[in-house]
Design a protein around this ligand. Structure first.
Ligand SMILES: Cc1cc2nc3c(=O)[nH]c(=O)nc-3n(C[C@H](O)[C@H](O)[C@H](O)COP(=O)(O)OP(=O)(O)OC[C@H]3O[C@@H](n4cnc5c(N)ncnc54)[C@H](O)[C@@H]3O)c2cc1C
Length: 644
């Protein structure tokens, strides 16, 4: 059955319809109210009840003596889009922020949607359900950048603590040749599985990778290089999505020491600097219900979990950021930290698309082209939670080293060390030696990764239709997140600067060429694939890039914004230490995707569950937080001594 470009439009329309239906009752009851929380003091205030915020809230409230307030901008959504796996095919825009990026200077000044969850559970509610991890080397690079305990060995126990794998049905394993090794997973709250339902063409399309010169490990979570099956965050017992809300929050929401305040935006971190230090002691917050502004206090720690876009924004609004940016927006400078909002990363992606003939029925196009199939799939799911709607977007991918998808891996990599890095970085890097020094460390590691066999540089999601996307996993370009000077309390200015470094464009071209060669293989000839996006007419490198930009095939993002409050030594452009504390402050930590120093070759959620589990242990272990209370009732802290 032919693929139609109109499908994209149809999916968007369905998305709007479905998203509206997804919140049938509007905002759900909150666990605490704005008026209850205002002027109150808690041990911990967590800003952002998204993926990492809810993990940390769960773990910190295990101690009944500690009070925890989670403040979330969005609301609880229990609508169908949040639990039916099939709905992952339709962007749940109702649960996302309506942000658009700044013009991307190296993508023809085009602007792009910035995909971020705005709901209790954050990205885990709206994401595409892919559950995978980077290679050991990807995390070891974090440790080599100066973060003790953040290599694979230090993170592995937390991957095990956060997830649990259940096998697909034996008949699916046999029919589709699904391979897995459950021992690569742990015994945590997030349930993951390769869905038992698969579209028939996946056999041929996944099978076509057997003829490439790439490994096909039995279990990608154990060996994340090559082409392999990967799980989704899905609870096999119910065939429903397993997100941070249902796994980390709902089971503990009756703890009296844990409070969730929804529909409330934190717009400033409050500090007590009466001792000469910046001691975080609370937040200022705005209720969406009526615009009321109030404060709440934390006597142990304010924990930022507002995600890869909004945590840097909040630090800027709180006076921690580049002096010129703060001054331009009339924000009082508490600490001049040029690193806040720098080092911003994502995975530039290519929505390559082929028109296929002779696809089996059903296939993913059947949802939009065959109303009977859609109705039957819906009825089957309603009846017993089986069938096509128990399947998300896809459960196989190829993560390839550079040499696995390009014969030019050495010559392209050689160009990196010949570059003057400042020619291809935001201007801020030339004014700040620490930022440049940190980038140079990253660049050295990226060169090793580009040349080596232990890190993936490109990804090809493997799906049972002609949607043949690809992503650049290790970009050299760096973005900037900053304040809108004329409206600082509005959305931040998000600029990925994708392709500022021309090597990124060259690697993307290599990804496209490999994809073309792959789809031209005789094993896929049965489908007579015809390239729709970007289009076979684009042949030279320049044509391929310009064609990918003009057709919308190339995007600066894979919905993985990260890195804007990097965990690195301060003298190397870090914002937080490896104990997650913001430099120059006390009792202020960050636990979300903004701390990622260098983006790993993976979709981010499994990593963020592990990071948040580790963060909770680090925060719990802090000593020296038991000094005397001041007049406002918070515990004045004169020394924060970490013991791990
Ligand atoms: C559309 C989409 C698809 C994705 N697909 C995948 C996928 O298939 N696989 C995968 O592994 N990853 C995927 N991801 C990425 C993954 O979900 C995120 O990396 C992850 O959720 C990041 O966790 P976080 O806690 O850092 O941020 P989030 O989960 O985004 O949580 C941040 C929370 O903070 C709240 N917040 C922000 N600012 C404030 C404020 N000032 N006051 C109060 N609350 C605030 C937000 O509303 C949000 O709920 C996807 C993400 C999106 C958006």
């Amino acid at each position: 059955m032919a693929y139609s470009i109109g499908l994209v439009l149809a999916l968007q329309i369905l998305s709007l319809l479905s998203s509206t239906a997804a919140v049938p009752n509007g905002p759900q009851p909150r666990n605490t109210t704005f008026s209850e929380a205002k002027e109150q003091t808690y041990d911990y205030i967590i800003v952002g009840g998204g993926l990492t915020g809810l993990v940390v809230a769960n773990r910190l409230s295990e101690d009944p003596e500690k009070t925890v307030l989670v403040i979330e901008n969005g609301y609880v959504d229990n609508g169908i889009a949040t639990y039916i796996p099939y709905k992952a095919n339709i962007l749940n825009v109702a649960d996302m922020y309506p942000i658009t990026s700044a013009p991307e200077p190296f993508l023809g000044n085009r602007t792009y949607p910035v995909r971020v969850g705005n709901v209790v559970g954050g990205g885990s509610i709206v994401n595409g359900m892919v559950f995978d991890r980077g290679s050991d080397a990807d995390y070891d690079a974090w440790e080599q950048l100066g973060n003790d305990g953040w290599g694979w060995a230090g993170l592995k126990p937390y991957f095990f603590k956060s997830n649990h794998f259940t096998a697909p049905s034996e008949s699916s394993v046999k029919e589709f040749g699904i391979t897995y090794n459950a021992s690569a997973y742990g015994n945590g709250p997030i349930q993951v599985s390769v869905p038992s339902f698969q579209f028939k063409d996946i056999k041929t399309i996944f099978g076509s990778w057997k003829v490439e010169n790439v490994p096909m490990p039995i279990e990608g979570f154990a060996e994340p290089i090559g082409a392999y099956w990967l799980p989704n965050d899905i609870n096999n017992a119910t065939a429903t999505r397993s997100n941070a809300h249902v796994t980390y929050f709902v089971p503990v929401e009756n703890r009296t020491n844990l409070k969730l305040l929804t529909g409330t935006r934190v717009n400033k971190v409050l500090f007590d600097n009466s001792y000469g230090n910046l001691i975080a002691n609370g937040v200022r917050m705005v209720s969406h219900a009526d615009g009321t502004v109030a404060k709440a206090y934390a006597n142990r720690e304010v924990i930022l979990a507002a995600g890869g876009v909004f945590t840097p924004h909040l630090l800027l609004l709180s006076g921690i950021g580049p002096q010129d940016v703060l001054a331009a927006a009339n924000v009082t400078v508490l600490k001049d930290t040029p690193a806040v909002g720098s080092n911003f990363q994502d995975h530039p992606s290519l929505s390559m698309t082929y028109n296929l003939s002779n696809e089996a029925f059903p296939n993913p196009n059947s949802y939009t082209l065959n109303a009977t199939f859609l109705a039957d799939a819906s009825a089957q799911y309603s009846k017993d939670h089986t069938g096509p709607w128990s399947f998300g977007r896809g459960s196989a991918s190829a993560f390839l080293t550079f040499k696995q998808f390009s014969s030019k891996w050495q010559s392209i990599t050689a160009k990196i060390s010949q570059q003057n890095p400042l020619d291809f970085l935001p201007a801020r890097y030339s004014q700040n030696p620490a930022l440049l020094a940190g980038y140079m460390n990253q660049r050295e590691m990226l060169i090793q990764e580009y040349l080596g066999d232990t890190s993936a540089i490109g990804e090809y999601p493997i799906q049972a239709w002609g949607h043949a996307s690809a992503a650049l996993e290790k970009p050299l370009s760096r973005g900037i997140l900053t304040l809108n000077a004329s409206n600082p309390q509005g959305f931040p200015v998000v600029q990925w600067n994708a392709l500022q470094n021309p090597v990124d464009a060259e690697v993307l071209v290599e990804l496209i060429k490999f994809n073309r060669a792959h789809w031209a293989r005789k094993e896929l000839a049965v489908y007579n694939p015809v390239e729709l996006l970007p289009g076979a007419q684009y042949q030279t490198n320049e044509e391929i890039i310009q064609g990918s930009i003009s057709t919308g095939t190339l995007s600066p993002t894979f919905a993985h914004p990260s890195g804007g409050c990097a965990m690195m030594p301060e003298e190397l452009g870090g914002v937080v230490s490896d104990r997650l504390l913001v430099y120059g402050t006390e009792r202020l930590s960050v636990v979300d995707a903004s701390i990622i120093p260098m983006i790993p070759a993976t979709h981010l959620q499994a990593t963020m569950y592990a990071v948040a589990e580790k963060a909770a242990d680090i925060i719990k272990s802090r000593a020296g937080l038991h000094a005397s209370s001041n007049s406002r009732g918070y515990l004045a802290v004169f020394a924060s001594i970490d013991v791990i």
